[in-house]
Design a protein around this ligand. Structure first.
Ligand code: AHR
Length: 499
């Protein structure tokens, strides 16, 4: 069994644990909203039509902030359609997902749902096909207390207190040719700068997120960030990053190293932002909002011929069923966001319910946790205080396109007299025997040690077998004279809480 040594020095701090790294994403896409979190006919629906079983699961997941209402959807969205009396709300075609949008759920209902799940809202404006005035109108409707046409309209619609949304996205993936109203970097940079300047005139304390590239595979990756920020640097606060990973052709070795790619993605975007900041002699630093990340079997979805024969409301779209290996990768991606919390201050797992999601539902029926639910929920609960960079001495392996990569990866958080260690073992066949010197953390015992693994790394939770994969207590964990030892099974994710 390979032996891995890890040293932890609590002085090797990276940054505080940003709660907003545990964010999610709800888009009007497929069955995320309708027949997902909202299903008025369901026996467990509340008076607003929201499923209380889903609310409980979202609370258990520990989501801090939710990006809304898209995604690609936002680029064809008229926000005014989704407020006011439901009976008067129009049904529209959503070109992004070739679906019908009933607008039964809009800003005011979604804000009420967020109150129930205990999360903050991150709201996107449509800069693709609308513009500055509709963005300002939405800001007035959402945040102005009262006494203006749009704030009084919100009050008349039943929402007395302003939503007070602090974080706003300036459109979505504007570099993508699939995006309704896509733009060149110069076009988008200009409109993002002018929209931000206007929004900050209304409220200088807003936090504005400008679109970065849709992914590192985009031909303009890096240049896009540079050009967009050359226009907008002085007006925006964060630049967005989006990354999705998948196992290609049954080749687990590179897939398990996806976090290595995420880290170099972060380096590239931070370097582009700092380059522009240096050229402008700016004292301001632009940080990163990783507001779409997940495992997504996109290649398979792209290869399947889209059904364009009809326009349907809430069709089943992008309903990936996740494996143990997918959960290990998701856990490792979240560890990487913590590791890079020196630059990444906000993140959103994309998405939340049914659509590439940790939570699944059936209309009129059950809801259940996908494999990917567990690492997120456990990390959201245990990662508090400050992120610490451990020194890991691990065997390495050939991860194909990602080169030679550590078999074991780790990150640590510490909070007064509590700490948490998160680990992955990317070895396909062998367990790793890990010893961790944690003397500097000042803890004396293991409070919990949990591992997600399975003899079959492709095991999944399904409607028929929703608890096929669950995290289990790792009984190999031991603590002696400041050294923690534990065995990590092949293809596994582990969390250890110390106190
Ligand atoms: O999350 C699904 C889609 O992925 C989003 O709508 C879009 O922003 C991205 O391409």
């Amino acid at each position: 069994m390979p032996h891995v040594r890890i040293d932890v020095d609590r002085r090797a701090t990276i940054a505080p644990v940003h709660r907003r790294l545990f964010g999610g994403f709800v888009e009007h896409l497929g069955r995320c909203v309708y027949d997902g979190l909202y299903e008025p006919g369901h026996p467990l629906a509340n008076a607003d039509g929201f499923r209380t079983d889903v609310i409980e699961l979202v609370r258990e997941l520990g989501i801090s902030m939710v990006r809304y209402p898209g995604g690609n959807f936002v680029s064809g969205f008229r926000w005014e359609d989704s407020v006011g009396p439901r009976a008067k709300r129009p049904v529209r075609r959503d070109l992004a997902w070739h679906s019908l949008e009933s607008n039964e759920v809009g800003l005011d209902e979604f804000a009420r749902w967020l109150d129930l799940v205990g999360a903050e809202m991150m709201l996107a404006v449509n800069v693709a096909t609308r513009g500055i005035l509709p963005a300002l109108d939405l800001l007035e409707y959402a945040n102005h207390p009262s006494g203006t046409a749009l704030s009084d309209w919100r009050i008349a619609n039943g929402t007395i207190e302003p939503h007070n949304v602090r974080t706003w996205c300036l459109g979505n993936e504007m570099d993508g040719p699939w995006q309704t109203g896509f733009m060149s970097a110069d076009e988008y940079g200009s409109i993002a700068a002018r929209t931000s300047a206007a929004m900050k005139t209304a409220d200088p304390d807003l936090e504005l997120v400008v679109c970065g590239s849709s992914g590192s595979q985009m031909p303009t990756f890096g240049d896009w960030e540079r050009i967009v920020l050359e226009h907008s640097y002085d007006y925006v606060d964060l630049v967005s990053c989006h990354a999705y990973y998948q196992e290609y052709d049954g080749d687990l070795a590179p897939f398990l190293a996806s976090a290595v790619d995420m880290e170099s993605f972060i380096d590239t975007v931070a370097a582009a932002a700092d380059h522009v900041g240096s050229k402008k002699r700016s004292r301001k630093r632009i940080d990163l909002s990783f507001d779409e990340w997940n495992v997504w079997y996109l290649k398979e979805h792209q290869e399947a011929a889209p059904d364009l024969s009809e326009w349907r409301h809430a069709p089943r779209l992008l309903e990936d069923v996740y494996t143990v290996a997918d959960a290990v990768v998701v856990g490792n991606l979240l560890m990487t966001l913590l590791k890079r919390s020196d630059r990444v201050v906000s993140a959103s797992l994309a998405q939340l319910v049914n659509v590439i999601a940790p939570i699944m539902t059936e209309p009129g029926g059950a809801s259940w946790r996908q494999t990917t639910f567990y690492p997120f929920a456990i990390m959201s609960r245990l990662a508090t205080g400050t992120v610490i960079r451990p020194v890991v001495q691990s065997e390495r392996y050939d991860a194909g396109k990602y080169g030679d990569v550590d078999e074991v990866d780790a990150i640590v958080t510490v909070d007064d007299d509590r700490a948490a260690v998160f680990l992955v073992n990317r070895n396909l066949d062998e367990s790793a025997q890990v010893s961790i010197d944690v003397r500097s953390l000042g803890c004396s015992r293991i409070a919990e040690a949990t591992t997600l693994a399975d003899a079959d790394p492709h095991a999944k939770n399904t409607r028929a077998d929703p608890e096929r994969v669950v995290p289990r207590r790792n009984v190999s964990g031991a603590f002696d004279s400041g050294t923690l030892t534990i065995d990590l099974p092949p293809v596994s994710w582990t969390a250890i809480a110390l106190c």
